[in-house]
Each structure stands twice: as structure tokens, then as C-alpha cells.
Write a protein that binds this ligand. Structure first.
Ligand code: GLC
Length: 459
């Protein structure tokens, strides 16, 4: 099949969150499975004359072509998201340009696959050729919809196509327009697919989504284990694996040294790698932290950037509890890998989590996830049962201080029992969320739409 993929993020070229890893992993897997995948994304911070420029990626499978949209007037300023009305113009252009390019180049795909609101114009607009191919819109995060006043775009068909169909007042809503018009919708876990049909999790789109529920599929994200395996991760200092876990302790020591932390061997390092936003449970974390550090022996290391209110609160907590709480306000891929490898636990107290990738990575690194039972966290982490020896992490249910407290207490109790902990680590490290397992569900969606028989070579 020929697939035109449109996205604002694509690892390693532009990454703000998990979207970048997911788009890159899925595209690479599809190409490796024998499909022709063409990705269109913006070139951020590039001020050359406007054009679509092919990008050469190291180790890209044959069949994967990535084109960067160079538009200095719109994407010449580096950040991926500017956070104001200019984003309406920028991402409307992305969708329009992707369609125009596919047409001019005669690429005419069997499927157009757009990710999140930034690419939704590519499915809200009719293709400039006939017949318009079937379209897929993947919802990675409906907390961001691309809502703007009508004036953010000039009068015309584009503006009409992106009007918000869910409200009476005239305004733009890229995501809602895409949801209304895409042939099929996917989101990134089965649990989240049912959650977003409720008013609690629907972010105002649950009514529209319920109308389209028969077209909505929940498919858990995959992991590119070529990039995320402690056995051959070039970004960590000491390789290790489920069979040979010894190097994990060396990575822990290296991490502590790099951070200038002195922590006893039996005290658990709890890592967090996260955008500092409400979605990720930062309000809960900040409420819970003083009680947690008073009651528990653990050292929490938080890596991430985000909203100033959370940065300030965490900074104050870190200052008040040196050694127990460390804030690394950065966006740093190398540090992310090293924190995964060096931590004992990974904490994800998300308010909502469409899929979540860090818990999937953590498991492979033998870093036990402590997660709230929502979305993809609920679908990927199995609460450990010491009696049967089954399970891969700790799952707490309630989004409150009691819930997170219970989860961490449980994890630390198991951490104090070496035999149990080894079992839990082995289970986690053997879990498999590879694209080889998750990718075929996307092919099934595409095939059903295009009527094409998949030519993928699968065993
Ligand atoms: C968004 C979601 C996250 C998901 C990622 C990739 O960042 O918040 O849950 O894993 O997209 O799909």
C-alpha cells in the first residue's frame, strides 16, 4: 500500500512528546513490512526558500521517504508549537501542502494517515484528485484540539473545512473537523478508545466521538526496540539484559554520580520522564510529594519541561528536600535513556494517558512502572502478584494522594525483597510491545479501508 503520513513530530527530526516516537516507529515498521510510506512534516527553524525537501535518515528502511516542508515565514521560528494563532496558519498549511505535494508528485496514496490536530487539515480537506482516498486520523491527545477564532485563518474553503462542528459559535477546531470528516479514527490504546466516549475523558468531543464510535479503533503503540533496549543502547554506559542484568547497577551508580547524588543501595531511585502538564498528574504529584518523602525512603528524579507553575512548585520541593527530590528541567534524550537505565522505578501518575510510551520503555530497562490505571497505562502494565509471580509493575486506581501513596508503598515493599524484585524485573524486561506485534492492527485498518489485500510479508 501507499501511505501518505502527515505529522508535526517525527523522531529524531522533531520531538516534543511520544507522538514523534510513535509516528517514526509506525512509519519505519510499515516500510519494513513492504509498504510505500511518505511522511510530510514541517522543517522547524529552517529559513531557506520554500520547498519540500527530502530528508535522508540513517538506517531508514527502503520504502520510507520523509519530506520536510520548508516555509520560513511560518516554520522558520524553531519551536514546534508556538501556542498562539500563528499555529492555525502553520498547521493548516501543513495539511494543505501535504495534499498538494502528493498530487503534484503523482504519489496518490491508498491511505492518508494524519496524526493529531496539527495534521488534521489533511483529512478535513478533500484531496485535490479524485477519488479522495480513505483517511485515518490518529488521536494521540485530545486535550489539544487546535481551537482558534475564525479570524485566525483567511476566509475561504480551508477555513470552512476547519470550522468546529460541535458548537454553535463560529470558531475553528482542527481536531473536531478532522474527527467529523476522517474515514476512520484511531487512538493509541483500547482503554482510551472507550474512555474518550465519556464526558469525563472526552474533552468536550465525546458527543462527536460517540456519533463516530463505530469508526473508532484503539490500537496500543509499539516500541522500536532497536532504539530502546539496554542490551544495545549506545546512550547508556553499561549494557544489560534480562539474561544478564548486572549492568543495571552500574548504570544506577553512573547516574547518581552524574547527578551528584549520594543514595544508599537499598533506597529506590524513582524516575519520572515527563512533560510537566496537568495530564501527567503533576497536581497530584505536588500534593503528594511532601507526605511521600516523609514516609518513604526513596529518591525521586524528575526529568522534563513544561508549565511554569509546576516547574516552580517542583523547584521549591526539590530545594526543601535535597537528595530526596531532584528536578532536571531539560529536554535531553541521552539523559532520558540514562535515567531509565539507572532508576529502579518509573512513576506515571497520569490523570489521563492515551498510551504512554515511557512505561513501555521502562519495562524493557527493568525499571518497574508505578502507574495509574488509565488509558494505555492500564492496557500495558499488569499489577504484580507475588503469589503467582506474574505481573510487570504496580497499578493504582484512584487519582488522589491515597492512590499514589498506596502505589509507591507497594512498590517499595516489593523492592525490599530481592527475590520478588528479581522476578518482577525479569517479567518486565521480557514484555514485548514491539511494532511487529502492534503494527499489524494498523494494516488491518488500512486494508479494510482501501479494500487492498495487504502485501505485507509477515510470519
Ligand atoms: C501523546 C499521549 C501519549 C501517547 C503519545 C504517542 O503524547 O499523551 O499517551 O503515548 O501521544 O501516541
Amino acid at each position: 500500500m501507499r501511505i501518505l503520513m502527515v505529522t508535526a513530530e517525527f523522531a529524531p527530526l522533531a520531538k516534543v512528546g511520544g507522538l514523534a516516537d510513535m509516528a517514526a516507529g509506525l512509519a519505519a515498521w510499515l516500510a519494513a513490512a513492504g509498504h510505500e510510506v511518505r511522511v510530510i512534516m514541517p522543517a522547524y527553524g529552517v529559513t531557506e526558500p520554500p520547498q519540500l525537501r527530502p530528508v535522508t535518515l540513517a538506517e531508514a528502511p527502503a520504502g520510507l521517504e520523509v519530506f520536510e516542508l520548508i516555509a520560513p515565514e511560518h516554520f522558520g521560528t524553531p519551536p514546534v508549537y508556538l501556542g498562539d494563532d500563528r499555529d492555525a496558519v502553520r498547521f493548516a498549511l501543513l495539511g494543505e501542502a501535504a495534499l498538494a505535494h502528493a498530487h503534484a508528485d503523482g504519489f496518490h496514496p491508498d491511505i492518508i494517515h494524519a496524526h493529531d490536530w496539527h495534521a488534521a487539515a489533511a483529512v478535513a480537506l478533500p484531496a485535490p484528485w479524485h477519488p479522495t482516498p480513505p483517511t485515518v486520523l490518529t488521536l494521540h491527545n485530545i486535550g489539544y484540539q487546535g481551537i482558534f477564532g475564525l479570524d485566525a485563518l483567511p476566509d475561504g474553503p480551508l477555513r470552512e473545512a476547519l470550522r468546529d462542528p460541535t458548537v454553535v459559535e463560529p470558531r475553528l477546531n482542527f481536531l473536531a473537523a478532522g474527527i467529523a470528516r476522517a474515514t476512520t479514527l484511531t487512538t493509541v490504546s483500547p482503554t482510551h478508545a472507550s474512555e474518550i466516549l465519556t464526558s469525563e475523558y472526552g474533552a468536550g468531543l465525546d458527543g462527536l466521538l460517540r456519533e463516530r464510535a463505530d469508526r473508532l479503533h484503539g490500537i496500543l503503540n509499539g516500541v522500536d526496540y532497536d532504539l530502546w533496549s539496554p542490551a544495545h543502547d549506545p546512550l547508556i554506559e553499561h549494557p544489560y539484559s534480562a539474561e544478564n542484568p548486572g549492568g543495571k547497577a552500574d548504570n544506577r551508580a553512573a547516574l547518581l554520580e552524574a547527578l551528584g547524588l549520594v543514595v544508599d543501595d537499598d533506597v529506590a531511585i524513582v524516575g519520572m520522564i515527563t512533560r510537566l502538564t496537568a495530564q501527567k498528574g503533576l497536581d497530584l504529584l505536588i500534593d503528594a510529594l511532601p507526605g511521600l518523602v516523609a514516609a518513604q525512603e526513596c529518591s525521586l528524579v524528575i526529568l522534563g519541561m513544561g508549565e511554569a507553575r509546576y516547574v516552580d512548585a517542583l523547584r521549591a520541593l526539590a530545594d526543601a528536600h535535597p537528595g530526596a527530590i531532584t528536578l532536571l528541567e531539560a529536554h535531553d534524550e541521552t539523559l532520558a535513556h540514562r535515567l531509565l537505565a539507572g532508576s529502579d522505578l518509573l512513576l506515571m501518575p497520569s490523570r489521563y494517558e492515551p498510551c504512554g510510551l515511557t512505561q513501555l520503555y521502562a519495562m524493557r530497562y527493568g525499571t518497574i512502572p508505578v502507574v495509574r490505571a488509565t488509558g494505555g497505562l492500564a492496557d500495558s502494565v499488569q499489577h504484580f502478584d507475588p503469589l503467582t509471580g506474574e505481573g510487570t509493575g504496580v497499578v493504582f486506581r484512584d487519582y488522589d494522594v491515597g492512590g499514589i501513596h498506596w502505589g509507591l508503598t507497594q512498590a517499595l515493599a516489593w523492592h525490599a525483597e530481592p527475590a520478588l524484585w528479581r522476578q518482577l524485573m525479569t517479567n518486565a524486561m521480557r514484555s514485548d510491545f514491539s511494532w511487529e506485534k502492534q503494527g499489524p492492527a494498523y494494516l488491518a485498518v488500512y486494508s479494510a479501508l482501501s479494500g487492498a489485500v495487504s502485501g505485507a510479508k509477515q510470519d
